[in-house]
Design a protein around this ligand. Structure first.
Ligand SMILES: [Zn+2]
Length: 285
């Protein structure tokens, strides 16, 4: 079994990258008053490694766990932090309440390793944005919709590290979300003074890589938006979307063990369906 990757990206910040599921990430921020964890990983085996490492960082242990959004791969491990306040946007809790149990049951049916997982709902909720000041750290929790409507990012201001979650991935993933929102969210990141961006999946971005990574994702989204609109206008078949190659849209097919190609195909189908549905709705007005 490959070991989960653990990296220290600043004096007080550690990033964990799953070796079991799509290189999903989580983080631990050490403060003078205890530890704050960002996201909880899907597989208990790896979530436990995160818990035991983070607990040892400070005698007061893990004070808060911030969930970036409601998707399974970021929240399933939350039941392994019973003594910590579980912080999330109200919308994240709403979505977990609505879809969490069904998504967990479905995941358990496919993945025996999840048998023991229990859904734990967030306990400390906020709306809009949140500034958490704890033990000398300022953690700005900001909304960043696009990948999902409940998405937030965590900016560890003193460390200049942004936990961008799935707002930043090697290839943006839109299914269930919104392309215009994602473009706005990515464009808003351009001017932040950052040393690192922790992507929701894949490697940590270093300062020198951030600009290019954001630009290439913005270009990618603009390109697929364009191509799918042309496709619909020309009346081409949905299945023919498979011919739109990821590399023609400016992204490599290699990251996340090749998973990005599937994300890309799903993006195209999702955009197509969104456009066709909107067109039909317009005709019925
Ligand atoms: Zn994810």
């Amino acid at each position: 079994m490959p070991l989960m990757l653990r990296e220290r990206v600043s004096d007080d910040i550690y990033v964990f990258t799953s070796s079991l599921y799509a290189q999903v990430t989580a983080g631990a921020i050490k403060t003078q008053d205890g530890v704050v964890v960002v996201d909880t990983l899907p597989f208990p085996q790896e979530s436990r490694q995160l818990v035991s490492f983070a607990q040892r960082l400070h005698p007061r242990g893990i004070r808060h766990v911030i969930l970036t959004h409601s998707h399974a791969d970021h929240v399933f491990g939350s039941y392994l932090f019973p003594g910590s306040e579980l912080v999330a946007h109200q919308r994240c809790r709403d979505m977990m309440q609505r879809y969490g149990e069904a998504s967990l049951a479905q995941a358990k049916a496919q993945t025996p390793e999840l048998a023991e997982v229990r859904l734990r709902l967030p306990t400390l909720l906020f709306e809009g944005e949140l500034t958490l000041r704890i033990g000398g750290k300022t953690l700005l929790v900001m909304q960043s919709p696009g990948h999902s409507p409940d998405m937030v990012m965590v900016h560890a201001k003193e460390d200049k590290v942004l936990f961008a979650s799935d707002a930043v991935m090697p290839v943006p993933y839109l299914v269930g979300g919104s392309l215009p929102d994602m473009l706005n969210s990515l464009r808003a990141l351009g001017n932040m003074p950052l040393e690192n961006i922790v992507q929701g999946h894949g490697p940590v971005l270093l300062r020198g890589e951030i600009g290019e990574a954001l630009d290439s994702s913005i270009l990618y989204l603009e390109k697929i938006d364009h191509l799918v609109k042309d496709h619909v206008v020309a009346g081409r078949r949905r299945a023919a979307l498979n011919d739109i190659d990821i590399e023609k849209c400016g992204k490599s097919r290699v990251p996340l063990g090749g998973l990005v190609q599937r994300l890309h195909q799903a993006n195209l189908l999702y955009l197509y369906d969104t456009l066709v549905t909107a067109e039909k709705a317009a005709q019925h007005v």
